[in-house]
Design a protein around this ligand. Structure first.
Ligand SMILES: Cc1ncc(C[n+]2csc(CCOP(=O)(O)OP(=O)(O)O)c2C)c(N)n1
Ligand SMILES: [Mg+2]
Length: 666
């Protein structure tokens, strides 16, 4: 029988019932016993990787028990207690870790990298920090739905050094979002001790800088953790606002099991071992005569039986059989959203007006659609696309954001988890770099990983010819066409922009919507006045001819049109791709099979751009039909410069006519 020492932690059970006190114990014991089993399995080589939460159980369990089951929790890699306290069947957890079908990711992601709408748990991506911005989005969803719910999100002290932490706290404070930010300060981030991680006394002190109330709690004291979080949650439900809590605790095992703890001073380890949250609580409950040996035995027998049975079931489940179609079908959420036809009644609009009108009509159609961006509210955005929107839709749905692209993309992800669509306006497409991680890692991969759609459109004012230099002129679609999971739209005309934007917003997948700034006010067209949609993946054949196929998109389409106007004798198919992902391969291939010549014009610099991929596609699919090598025309391999003569030299426009004539003469 285990010995019962006097508790080293001061507990005060206040008015908690024995039943609650025991429940807290049971809920801590469960992850501990699972971990002990995992360590054995790890030694036997039966599981691959394990991040231990031993010694930190009071935080996961205290926070989870303090929240309602309907409230979202966003845990990290040491929060097994969140999952078990929410009573996820162990069989499913074990299947997740074994990469079996009954897990949560169909073998596509490991360990705690999953979420579950069924249990209101949103698991992490490896990058740690993005969780906090996603929590902001879920909390914003709660505010907009006025449901009084609180959201809790976890981070290690290491994760607080990431920009995401700072952005998320700032946004939560500016918007008074009901989020409990829980920092588990366990002394180390991998091998890095706290003094090499940050240079302030307490991380909780950072709350002050953001205008957020913050607290320091003994993360090993389950009663303190549970009661304080419960009280704070109750208060936040009534008066929404963010709270920062720093839980002081210690990581008792290696960063992950295989990496050991050699760099941790032994004395420190011994000291924290004596502060074990379960052992001490157990002693306390025994001393209060709340826990008896008999109850303890019952708990432990029950949990161990559950572990053994669930493990047996998980091991018995057949391995996943790799199937390409299954994998490819799960990159994008398929959707049968309704299509709307354009009406006869038209009005001449500039590209910019068409986008504005399309956005406004989508705001009218989707009553909860939220748009977010810098200066988009009263100011109307730097290009004035959202002018007048606040007056019509209110500040709740038309949201000025601080300058924090990462947090806003993450917030959009959180809104999607709440079932709310959003459009994010990048002030300039160039600044998407500051939100790059959540775009390519969170939004793009979420559906494939655990079937959570990222119902987000990111508007990308892009492109050169505006004498704006290297950071306000890029057309950076190729950074994103590379990434499975994203859809990329790039209209060249007002009509297409309006219809495609409506589709982008209807589509449940993450869509990057490129808007060429040089076309905003220079291109006009008659556009149907009603709300209408245009299908993705359908290129437009702008001109029909016999001698050559010209393939382009965005400003390139207009450069090609100008060139053809200047050279009326050239008989060409001119294809405007309109969407780059999905790409209308059939129409490209069929046209080139007909003409036998292909030239691809892209505004971006050449290497690694979409032109290269289309060229390769044509080599593979049309080789025997080609009368000349496929030609790519693109801008120079330099950053895009500012001054007119340099920019003109840089841009592909000046090279296109020659290249086309050369190709025709081949
Ligand atoms: C952006 C990023 N950089 C580095 C890593 C590698 N990494 C994973 S966990 C970790 C330490 C995290 O420390 P902390 O936030 O304190 O959490 P703890 O592991 O201590 O619970 C590191 C460096 C990562 N996953 N993501
Ligand atoms: Mg840490």
């Amino acid at each position: 029988m285990p010995t019962i020492n006097k508790s080293k932690i001061d507990y005060n059970k206040r008015n908690l019932t024995d039943q609650t006190l025991l429940k807290l114990y049971y809920n801590m014991l469960k992850p501990r016993l699972i971990e002990e089993k995992m360590l054995i399995l790890l030694r036997q080589g039966k599981i691959s990787k394990w991040f231990s939460g031993i010694g930190q159980e009071a935080i996961s369990v205290g926070v989870t028990m303090a929240l309602k089951p309907s409230e979202y929790i966003l845990p990290m890699h040491r929060n097994l207690g969140v999952f078990t306290t929410r009573q996820i069947p162990l069989q499913r957890l074990f299947c997740q870790w074994q990469g079996k079908l009954s897990g949560f990711t169909k073998g596509r992601d490991r360990s705690f990298h999953f979420g579950s709408q069924e249990y209101n748990i949103i698991g992490m991506i490896s990058h740690l920090g993005p969780q906090m911005g996603v929590a902001d989005g879920i909390a914003l969803g709660n505010i907009l739905k006025n449901n009084g719910n609180v959201t809790a999100v976890f981070s290690g002290e290491g994760g607080t050094s990431e920009g995401d932490f700072h952005e998320a706290l700032n946004v939560a404070s500016v918007w008074q979002l009901p989020v409990i930010f829980c920092i588990e300060n366990n002394g180390y981030g991998l091998s890095t001790p706290t003094e090499e991680q940050y240079n302030c006394k307490h991380l909780a002190d950072r709350g002050k800088g953001y205008g957020i109330d913050s607290f320091i709690l003994d993360g090993n004291n389950i009663i303190e953790t549970y009661t304080k979080v419960q009280k704070l949650a109750e208060s936040i439900r009534k008066r929404p606002r963010p709270i920062l809590i720093e839980f002081k605790t210690f990581r008792r095992r290696g960063h992950e099991e295989a990496s050991g703890t050699k760099y941790v001073p032994e004395a420190l380890m011994t000291e924290w071992e004596s502060k074990d949250p379960i052992e001490n609580y157990r002693s306390y409950l025994f001393s209060e005569k709340i826990l008896t040996q008999q109850i303890e035995n019952t708990y432990s027998t029950e949990i161990k039986a559950d572990i053994e049975q669930s493990l047996a079931l998980a091991y018995a489940e057949p391995d996943i059989i790799a199937d390409e179609t299954t994998e490819l079908n799960d990159v994008y959420k398929s959707s049968n959203y309704e299509h709307f036809s354009p009406c006869e009644n038209k009005k001449e609009l500039r590209l910019i007006d068409a986008i504005s009108e399309g956005l406004k009509q989508s705001m009218e159609k989707h009553k909860d659609l939220v748009i977010m961006g810098q200066d988009i509210a009263e100011y109307g955005g730097v290009f004035k696309i959202t002018e007048g929107f606040v007056a019509q839709f209110g500040k709740g749905r038309v949201r000025n954001t601080p300058i924090c692209e990462s947090a806003i993309v993450e917030t959009a992800m959180g809104l999607s988890i709440s079932g709310i669509k959003s459009v994010v306006e990048m002030q300039f497409a160039d600044f998407a770099t500051s939100g790059f991680n959540p775009i390519v890692n969170y939004l793009a991969k979420s559906y494939y990983r655990w079937q959570q759609e990222a119902d987000v459109v990111i508007r990308m004012p892009c492109g050169g010819g505006v004498a704006a230099g290297p950071f306000h002129s890029q057309t950076n679609e190729a950074w994103f066409t590379k990434t499975p999971g994203l859809k990329i739209v790039y209209p060249a005309f007002p009509y297409d922009a309006k219809g495609l934007l409506a589709t982008a917003i209807n589509d449940p997948n993450p869509v990057l919507f490129f808007e060429h700034k040089a076309l905003y006010r220079s291109i006009r067209q008659d556009v149907p006045i009603n709300y209408f949609t245009i299908s993705f993946g359908e290129a437009a054949l702008l001109k029909e001819g016999e001698a050559v196929t010209i393939i382009s998109y965005g400003a390139g389409v207009h450069w090609a049109l100008e060139t053809l106007e200047k050279n009326p004798k050239i008989s060409a198919d001119l294809i405007d791709l309109r969407t780059l992902q999905p790409l209308d391969k059939d129409n490209i291939i069929n046209s080139v099979k007909k003409t036998g010549r292909a030239i691809i014009l892209q505004e971006d610099s050449l290497f690694g751009g979409i032109a290269s991929d289309i060229s390769a596609l044509l080599m593979e699919e049309c080789f025997e039909y080609l009368d000349a090598p496929v030609k790519r025309v693109a801008s120079m391999e330099t950053p895009i410069p500012f001054i007119n003569q340099l920019e003109t030299q840089y841009l592909a426009k000046s090279k296109f006519e020659n290249a086309l004539n050369e190709l025709l003469l081949y």
